[in-house]
Design a protein around this ligand. Structure first.
Ligand SMILES: Cc1cc2nc3c(=O)[nH]c(=O)nc-3n(C[C@H](O)[C@H](O)[C@H](O)COP(=O)(O)O)c2cc1C
Length: 185
């Protein structure tokens, strides 16, 4: 069984990226599970808070889910052509304390997908994640790309994918990543 964690980088109730994560979880290949991780409840990173109170509970939960998974999929929004602060903040916390980076990131498979109402579907945000993952020593999967543009026309009011071609591309993306994770052993 291949265990994946998917994380939406949006806190918004009707987030396109959370909808994409939910759709991925509902259409998994045989032999693959996907836990939905959340960045909700993670405070702004503050070195003084870390020193006085340690790693916050919401960070510890997500970090454990990531460490126990065989692979992680980041469902990233794009803000001002880059990574939204809330999502980067969560991963910054997950990278603390420094010696534990290897438990979560080092040599471990990560995939990046995203949705936005714009034409380019988070292309620049996804590219920005590559340097972060590189810094953390993670193995960013490059077998497929999934940039869902014009997201307002792809999901209905309940967040369900109405575009069959996108649903298929999402299924193929998750299956391709799971196969990569499986082959890596
Ligand atoms: C501060 C801010 C900056 C944004 N910048 C971009 C951008 O550079 N490119 C883009 O495609 N969409 C941009 N958007 C629109 C987001 O893609 C849109 O709000 C999207 O719904 C966010 O993802 P979510 O639905 O998962 O919350 C921006 C939105 C905000 C709030």
């Amino acid at each position: 069984m291949i265990k994946l964690v998917g994380i939406s980088g949006s806190l918004r109730n009707r987030s396109f990226n959370t909808s994409l994560l939910n759709a991925a979880a509902e259409n998994l290949p045989e032999g693959v599970t996907l836990i939905k991780g959340t960045i909700s409840g993670i405070p702004l990173y503050d070195g003084d808070l870390e020193a006085s109170e340690g790693i916050p509970e919401a960070v510890t939960v997500l970090k454990r889910q990531m460490a126990e998974a065989d692979g992680v999929i980041l469902f990233t929004p794009e803000y001002n052509n880059s990574i939204p602060g809330v999502f980067k903040n969560a991963i910054d916390w997950i990278s603390r304390p420094h010696p534990e980076i290897s438990d979560v990131f080092k040599g471990r498979p990560f995939a990046i997908a995203g949705a936005s109402p714009g034409n380019y579907g988070t292309l620049l945000s996804q590219n920005a994640w590559l340097s972060v993952l590189h810094t953390l020593g993670a193995e960013a999967w490059s077998g497929k790309r999934l940039m869902v543009g014009n997201a307002g026309k792809v999901f209905d009011a309940d967040g369900r994918i109405t575009d069959e071609a996108i649903a298929k591309r999402l299924g193929d993306f998750v299956a391709g990543f799971a196969e990569f994770v499986r082959a890596k052993g």
